[in-house]
Design a protein around this ligand. Sequence first.
Ligand SMILES: Cc1cc2nc3c(=O)[nH]c(=O)nc-3n(C[C@H](O)[C@H](O)[C@H](O)COP(=O)(O)O)c2cc1C
Length: 201
Amino acid sequence: MPIPPELGLRPGWIYEVAATTLGPGGPHAAPIGVSTPDGLLLRAALYKGSATLANILENGVLGLNFPPGAALLQTALHHRDRLRYAALEPETAAAPRAVPFLSEADAWLELRDLRTEDTGPTVRLEASPGRFRAFGPVRLINRAEGLLLESLVLSTRLHLLPPGRGREMLTENARVINKVAPGSDQAAAMGDLLAVLGQSS
Ligand SMILES: Cc1cc2nc3c(=O)[nH]c(=O)nc-3n(C[C@H](O)[C@H](O)[C@H](O)COP(=O)(O)O)c2cc1C
């Protein structure tokens, strides 16, 4: 089954979502980045030691919650007691583990039968999409737009920073933009910004 086209995921781009899992104490949530190589598979890389990864390895299910904005990711990171979960679907023979989801998300995507690969510091996850529910238009969150904006602002403040520091930050922003949104307008604009600054300095 392909990833629902209404989500509009661009292959290779990384989108920030709240990952929901079943933990020993009940539902659990944390922000993660997800991507698709081909519109069919979903991928994520989870750092070892995270509760989210432990829950996935234990129960084999993962909910992707597409948030209305980054603020929900802050809640999922630092104020988990404030999160509200939807009622769990009843467990069935075909779906023996219920997947928790957040009430405040714009859309839910269920991942089961996750394949895992140990890559050293992280475990790479790959799965085909399962059940999908959208409650309205989904606003995808990708870091490139924010990073480009911050880079543009930073480029006007370089003279206020210690020598080389601003350039270092811009180079790092360019690296991340190319990673999370390869081939994007933002990546092109960021490359142009570095070139303009290089020419003018
Ligand atoms: C926007 C955002 C994206 C993140 N993406 C990932 C990710 O892709 N993989 C990962 O292991 N951690 C990621 N993190 C960090 C985890 O959310 C963080 O380590 C969290 O504390 C893990 O919680 P847990 O141990 O309860 O699962 C991300 C954090 C943020 C804020």
